[in-house]
Design a protein around this ligand. Structure first.
Ligand code: HAM
Length: 420
């Protein structure tokens, strides 16, 4: 029979490494949970039109990378390539914005799908933890999100990341810039596809990594010179607030994100140890998205941090997360009667809040002690028929190697006291 493998561009999270992913999700979400963000979960697929309209028909994400399909019932769906459009759709559908408590602050954690060319740090299935603050135009909200992401990365022990910051202007000033940029691009010697991109989404051309294109872009009009006074003032306030919070950032006027919904504040977290897939997270303001998907005007801001790339960044920096062993007590039973008694004790320990595991499969002492070692447990509880006849079990401290007899009736209390 054929053996199956994980699909191309995907990988499995397997112990013991998988625990790092849990720790990263936990560390990224902790500052959000601590700052008034409520947890939201949306389906893994949506109406394809949501992303086409929200993320943008001309983006690579929608035009090349989306897993779109028709269901047996004839619905046009897509696996979600990102979370912002879904979260806003869900907030609108539940009328969260009508409850007089704007901004609605939400966080999420989940799987996303993009049909990209796989390479290190770029997968077809990946996971993000994200945050969206919906329905308020307030530079302090933009600043809050950037500060919380910085705090999340620092709490993990990451140091070699940089924050790139830009303003993309709004519906007043960006069209003027767009036209100026298009005028400039029309005079360049570009390939057909880039010429087409220049007509649909000229800002994306600035993002072109090819040296011959970059050379021609010298002297291109810069958005900063076109920002209207309101956008300029807004951006200055965001900059001042994050500076005051002690969060370092770099102004990057070339920062253009790969999604069309952004306005004003945009930012990216990049890590220098990751090669070409250096963006570990990104986000920004999307004041027009709600209207683009049929909702009322709801200026909003958010970000998503990539869990996979964050784990790679930790590895690149050699950061070892301080993850406590998941098992505190490992029970080794020798003989049928001992199995019954110790299995009962393991259940009692678990109910008492002590992480406990059991030597399954009827192994002998040597094999079972190996399992106890591997589990990382602080204590092994060993019992054979003779111990039990005396009402005892042997409690072995796996760190010091010391072993002592403990009365079976006092096992739970003794273990709890010694773990405390
Ligand atoms: P994004 O920049 O497309 O933004 O994705 C955010 C992060 O997800 C990236 O920085 C990266 O770490 C991770 N990521 C994206 N694609 C892949 C991939 N193929 N393989 C591995 N990791 C990947 C968004 O998704 C926006 N929804 C962020 C946002 C929220 N903006 C406002 N609110």
């Amino acid at each position: 029979m054929a053996t199956f493998k994980a699909p191309k561009g995907t990988y499995d999270l397997i112990p013991p490494v998988s625990v790092k992913y849990l720790a990263v999700r936990e560390a990224i979400s902790a500052p959000l949970r601590n700052s008034g963000y409520g947890y939201i979960e949306t389906p893994g697929f949506e109406d394809v039109g949501l992303f086409a309209r929200g993320v943008g028909e001309s983006t690579d994400i929608v035009s090349k990378e989306m897993y779109a399909f028709e269901t047996k019932g004839g619905d046009q769906l897509a696996l979600r390539p990102e979370g912002t459009a879904s979260v806003l759709r869900a907030a609108l559908e539940a009328s969260l914005h009508k409850q007089g408590n704007l901004p609605v602050k939400l966080w999420y954690s989940g799987s996303y799908y993009r049909y990209e060319r796989p390479q290190k740090g770029r997968y077809r299935h990946f996971s993000q933890v994200g945050a969206e603050a919906i329905g308020a135009e307030d530079p302090a909200l933009d600043a809050e999100l950037i500060i919380l992401a910085d705090q999340a990365y620092r709490s993990l022990g990451l140091r070699n990341f940089r924050i790139l910051l830009n303003s993309l202007g709004d519906k007043e000033c960006r069209p003027v810039y767009r036209e100026a940029l298009q005028g400039f691009l029309r005079d360049l010697d570009l390939d057909e596809e880039t010429v087409r991109r220049a007509e649909i989404n000229p800002l994306r051309v600035l993002d072109d990594k090819r040296p011959d294109v970059q050379k021609q872009l010298v002297g291109a009009p810069v958005l900063r010179d076109y920002l209207c006074d309101a956008c300029k003032a807004y951006h200055e306030e965001v900059r001042a607030l994050i500076t005051a919070a002690g969060v370092a950032f770099e102004d990057d006027e070339k920062l253009v994100r790969g999604l069309d919904y952004y306005t004003r504040t945009t930012f990216e977290f990049v890590h220098d140890g990751l090669g070409s897939q250096s963006a570990v997270g990104g986000g920004g303001r999307y004041d027009g998205l709600s209207e683009m998907i049929g909702g009322p005007a709801l200026p909003s801001v958010g970000w998503a941090l990539g869990v996979d790339r964050t784990v790679l960044a930790l590895e690149a920096e050699g950061v070892e997360l301080d993850i406590p062993a998941s098992t505190s007590v490992f029970a080794v039973a020798l003989g049928e009667e001992a199995r019954r008694v110790l299995f009962g004790k393991v259940t009692e320990l678990r109910k008492a809040g002590v992480a406990a595991d059991f030597s399954f499969g009827g192994k002998g002492l040597k094999g079972a002690m190996k399992d106890a070692n591997r589990s990382g447990a602080r204590f092994a509880v060993v019992a054979g028929e003779r111990d039990l006849a005396d009402g005892l079990v042997q409690l072995k401290d796996m760190e010091s190697g010391e072993q002592s007899a403990v009365a079976l009736a006092e096992l739970i209390d003794t273990v709890k006291a010694r773990l405390a």
